[in-house]
Design a protein around this ligand. Structure first.
Ligand SMILES: *[C@@H]1O[C@H](CO)[C@@H](O)[C@H](O)[C@H]1NC(C)=O
Ligand SMILES: *[C@@H]1O[C@H](CO)[C@@H](O)[C@H](O)[C@H]1NC(C)=O
Ligand SMILES: *[C@@H]1O[C@H](CO)[C@@H](O)[C@H](O)[C@H]1NC(C)=O
Ligand SMILES: *[C@@H]1O[C@H](CO)[C@@H](O)[C@H](O)[C@H]1NC(C)=O
Ligand SMILES: [Zn+2]
Length: 496
């Protein structure tokens, strides 16, 4: 549904009004005096504010406050809160693909929830892609009739209403496609590439359609990018995984969908035996004009350097299958939980803790890219950017990208996580939404969880609350909060 025009304008006015309210003295609502709390919670530090002088002793001085955060999140009154919030949110809104009414509802939901809690919240408008899946199906016609579980890929064009019926060419790699280019004309190319890693294998989903179109194919079916598929366990719950794909300029745009690992392997075996395979693919997918949306921003302003920021983030949009509970409802909720924990403890760090819930991440990090472009003028004030988008299962380590000097500081910070047994620091943070900052040299951190399950469920009907665990989310929230708070409160910013 296209929402361009009138409703967003009214929404903006309402927001402006609400922002003004929040800024009024009635709500100059930051808890208690930071000095009184700090003296009760941590040992006095003996530093003068100067660049790059953070010591192990200074960080160790946060042991008490770290323990208080952990106790509250894992054992105390906030136990299971991020999980409960996630369940309420996903049960109310469901999935929320870019451009959809449900994404708009999700943004309003989070705005209201965080504002009601007394956080300083505002929205930043972004134009986002609006792709609609429509009705879709795929059937094998020969050598025997069977319906194939499929999901059209984000951004794909549709087929004519009667569908595309064509013979299939099954290949295992781009190299094989090139080698057999003369066989691809007017065929549906099925990619049965083995899963190596998400980062490597996703190239088939991203570029398969254009590569096949270059050699004359009329459509592509791509084996889902996952190490695991449940088709064989339960036929009624087959699990194709969707995701974004890109058309190359100047190459014919052909319909592209994912199929299950099981069906890709089936067709591969049939082709090996020399059997002629025919498939009919029908997709009503279309792309509408860009829609109005927002990045949702909530913060606790720093008492000493409000212009300096530790940014926490997850993305609010999802694909239009499953519930987007894991990808990335979990990242959203722990990033909100950090502000709640810090507020509940009456803490306020030197620098601003800012949670940003990105819009249209699944469309290629659209909201995050715009945020970067609009805020990079203040690059030197971004102390640390954090992103959780690889699941909120049992935390294993903090992944961190930054200078050697910053690594040293972060290695001390993660020692504060001893009570939750997660003191490991890994070099090389991952992250889509924060990658522009990291590429520009801003320190970046992401959460490394026991993540083998992540790619089983993501972008599929399997991404529901059932894969989430409240205890794991408590641990993730605690880790996220300790790291963000301590970095935001150190005398000095992380050395670049
Ligand atoms: C603070 O630093 C000064 C100078 O380095 C040192 O002499 C003093 O002992 C320190 N005080 C504390 C409480 O650590
Ligand atoms: C949190 O969830 C765990 C696991 O389901 C449960 O055992 C515990 O009682 C819950 N705690 C609260 C406060 O609901
Ligand atoms: C840059 O930082 C200054 C100081 O905090 C702030 O007033 C301004 O709004 C920021 N600009 C952007 C584009 O974020
Ligand atoms: C950390 O490990 C210790 C020792 O194995 C264990 O007793 C404790 O429960 C663990 N803490 C958490 C929060 O899992
Ligand atoms: Zn994601």
């Amino acid at each position: 549904m296209s929402r361009a025009g009138r409703p967003p304008f009214l929404f903006l006015l309402l927001l402006l009004f609400m922002c003004l309210l929040m800024l009024s003295p009635l709500c100059g609502c930051h808890p208690q005096s930071p000095a009184s709390i700090r003296s009760t919670l941590r040992t006095e530090s003996n530093h003068t504010a100067r660049g790059g002088s953070t010591t192990a002793a200074e960080v160790a001085g946060y042991a008490d406050v770290a323990k208080q955060i952990i106790d509250l999140a894992v054992f105390g009154a906030a136990q299971n809160r991020s999980y409960t919030r996630l369940a309420r949110f996903t049960d109310t809104i469901g999935n929320r693909v870019s451009g959809s009414h449900s994404l708009e509802m999700a943004i309003k939901y989070m705005y209201n929830a965080m504002a009601q809690e007394g956080l300083d919240v505002h929205l930043e408008p972004v134009k986002i892609p609006h792709w609609v899946r429509g009705k879709e199906s795929a059937e094998m016609i020969a050598p025997r009739a069977e319906s194939l579980a499929m999901l059209g890929l984000g951004g794909s064009v549709g087929t004519p209403p009667e569908g595309i019926e064509a013979e299939v060419l099954v290949v295992q790699s781009f190299a094989e496609l090139k080698h057999r280019a003369s066989e691809a004309m007017a065929k549906i190319v099925v990619f049965n590439q083995p899963f190596v890693s998400y980062g490597e294998t996703v190239a088939y989903r991203a570029n398969g359609a254009s590569e096949a179109a270059k050699v004359g194919a009329v459509a592509t079916l791509i084996r889902s990018i996952t190490p695991f598929s449940i088709n064989s366990l339960c036929l009624s719950l087959s699990s194709p995984h969707t995701g974004l794909q890109y058309y190359q300029d100047g190459v014919k745009r052909i319909p592209s969908a994912c199929i299950t690992v099981e069906d890709a392997e089936l067709m591969w075996r049939m082709a090996q035996k020399g059997q002629r395979i025919v498939v009919r693919l029908t997709m009503a997918a279309k792309t509408l004009p860009d829609a109005d949306s927002f990045n949702t921003v909530a913060e606790i302003r720093g008492w000493q350097h409000p212009e300096q920021v530790v940014l926490l983030s997850g993305h609010l949009d999802s694909w239009d299958v499953g519930q987007g509970a894991m990808d990335d409802g979990g990242g959203v909720m722990i990033s909100w939980e950090v502000l709640s924990l810090i507020k509940d403890l009456g803490l306020r760090p030197r620098r601003t803790l800012r949670t940003v819930l990105w819009t249209a991440e699944e469309q290629g990090g659209v909201g995050a890219r715009q945020y970067y472009d609009q805020h990079k003028v203040n690059m030197s004030n971004f102390d640390l950017v954090m992103e959780s988008d690889l699941g909120t299962f049992t935390p294993l380590a903090l992944q961190f990208t930054g200078s050697d000097a910053a690594q040293k500081v972060m290695a001390e910070v993660v020692k504060l996580l001893a009570p939750i047994n997660t003191t490991k620091l890994e070099t090389h943070g991952e992250g889509t939404d924060i990658s522009p900052w990291m590429q520009a040299g801003v320190p970046g951190a992401s959460l490394h969880v026991a993540d083998s399950r992540y790619f089983w469920f993501h972008h599929s009907e399997g991404d529901t609350m059932t894969v989430q665990d409240p205890r794991d989310m408590n641990l993730c929230s605690a880790l996220w909060a300790v790291v963000a708070y301590v970095v935001a409160d150190l005398q000095d910013m992380l050395p670049r």
